[in-house]
Design a protein around this ligand. Structure first.
Ligand SMILES: Cc1cc2nc3c(=O)[nH]c(=O)nc-3n(C[C@H](O)[C@H](O)[C@H](O)COP(=O)(O)OP(=O)(O)OC[C@H]3O[C@@H](n4cnc5c(N)ncnc54)[C@H](O)[C@@H]3O)c2cc1C
Length: 417
């Protein structure tokens, strides 16, 4: 099977790259083994909230410029500030064109409220997510009876520490009783499958009406809206006060919505989506990857002109930590990593050196295998090294920016506009 490009991994990075390439007319396949990190994420994307020295980034241009000195192997430093900003803007357009209605923009981080009632800087958040409320606003935080993945009292206590007037309540929805029989079924995504049903809108509205009259705004766990914000929009029209949604513990409705809509856009563009398959082996000769061998296609290889490795970090087994060191799982690419004895720091909440581990590339984002740069192999997303997604608040941004950079280069080599 011949392709212009095969992408290994269908998370945020693989999908953004695939959508861009298919929009330029390329024949692209994405092979993706399992659920991506999106299903476990907040649904908000970070771009760069902190520098490696811990300073908060208030001016993105200045922050990006300082990365060259502070973290020269950071993917943003390899690409340079102008390109990072250009790709971040392009990613905003691409997400919007795929049907994702997000708030926020690159020049100004907003402060989204977390389920613990704290605020966190973010680049883009789903439209439904609350940002830090103005003083004097009375927030009602509404849990769902029996739903343990969102604790309204915890969120309210956190908000009160920030000086916000917040009261915790619970609502009971009889339609969810059937899920309560099995606690492992009582999760945000399974609840959403019930509440997204048209028939449940009136009971949901009834359960919230009196509470809405007592507060300026109600914050609910994000337990509806798996593919769009229709229920949320209708609630805001039907109730006297405003309604906003907080992300829950995974699986995440906002993250799964992003995954679903990006997948749909890729397929709509003509992309070939191969879920539940995995690349087991590759044939490399003369510095090029010529064939990919997958579990399902057995002895029929995928033959691409270009390959994008977007297989994720440790979480998705794109990187594997072993006694001797950290390795990249598919092609055995060279990995930048701290000395074996220095992977961790004792303080659990300190920046952890292992977070920086990942594939080493140059500014073309091509990887090295046995000392040789592979000419048609690009690397994008969280399998890359040189950054700390948690303490630098840059995980989603690195994925988007590097995905678009790889796509841009493949297009340039193919002479596509
Ligand atoms: C739990 C978690 C929560 C996060 N939350 C946020 C957040 O809220 N905001 C934020 O900005 N960032 C967040 N991040 C950072 C995150 O890394 C990125 O936002 C992003 O979603 C990662 O995308 P990715 O495409 O690089 O990798 P992934 O999403 O990990 O996707 C990689 C995909 O490749 C597949 N794969 C791996 N190996 C193979 C193979 N051999 N063959 C075929 N397929 C393969 C995997 O199954 C997976 O589907 C989070 C990270 C984690 C781990």
């Amino acid at each position: 099977m011949n392709f212009d490009t095969v992408i290994i991994g269908g998370g945020l990075a693989g999908l953004l790259c695939g959508i861009t390439l298919t929009a330029r007319g390329q024949r692209v396949a994405i092979v993706s083994r399992g659920r991506s990190a999106l299903s476990f994420s907040s649904g908000s994307l970070d771009l760069l909230s902190h520098l490696p020295n811990g300073e908060a980034v208030t001016d993105l241009h200045a922050g990006l410029a300082r990365l060259a000195d502070l973290a020269p192997m950071h993917p943003y430093a390899l690409l340079g500030p102008e390109r990072v900003i250009e790709y971040a803007r392009e990613a905003q357009r691409l997400l919007a064109n795929s049907g994702l209605v997000m708030q926020g923009h690159i020049e100004k981080p907003h402060f989204r409220v977390t389920p613990l009632g704290r605020v966190r800087p973010a680049w883009l958040s789903p439209q439904e997510v609350p940002v830090a409320p103005s003083p004097g606003v009375h927030v009602g935080i509404i849990g769902i009876e029996g739903f343990l993945d969102f604790q309204p009292a915890l969120a309210a206590a956190g908000l009160r520490r920030l000086g916000v007037t917040a009261t915790a309540h619970e609502m009971s929805l009889p339609a969810l009783d059937i899920l309560r029989d099995n606690p492992s079924e009582f999760r945000a995504v399974t609840i959403a499958r019930v509440l997204d049903d048209e028939a449940q809108f009136a009971p949901l509205c009834d359960a919230l009406h009196a509470l809405s009259q007592e507060h300026d705004v109600l914050w609910l766990p994000a337990c509806f809206g798996l593919t769009d914000n229709r229920v949320w929009t209708r609630l805001n029209e039907a109730l006297p006060g405003k309604v906003q949604l907080l992300p829950t513990l995974p699986p995440s409705v906002f993250g799964m919505r992003m995954q679903t809509l990006l997948q749909r856009q890729f397929i709509k563009n003509g992309g070939i989506w191969l879920p539940g398959d995995e690349v087991l082996n590759t044939t490399v000769s003369a510095g090029r990857v010529n064939a990919l061998w997958t579990r399902r296609h057995e002895d029929i290889p995928l033959r691409p002109r270009h390959v994008v490795l977007a297989s994720g970090s440790f979480f998705s087994n794109g990187l594997i930590a072993e006694r001797q060191g950290i390795r990249e799982a598919v092609l055995g690419l060279e990995v930048q990593q701290p000395e074996r004895g220095n992977w961790t720091r004792d303080d659990l909440f300190a920046a952890q050196p292992w977070q920086h581990a990942g594939v080493r590339t140059d500014n073309t984002l091509r990887g090295w295998q046995n000392g040789e740069r592979l000419e048609n192999l690009y690397v994008a997303g969280s399998v890359l090294g040189g950054f700390d997604a948690i303490t630098q608040g840059c995980g989603g941004g690195v994925c988007a920016v590097t995905a678009l950079h790889t796509a841009r280069q493949i297009c340039a080599r193919e002479d596509l506009q």
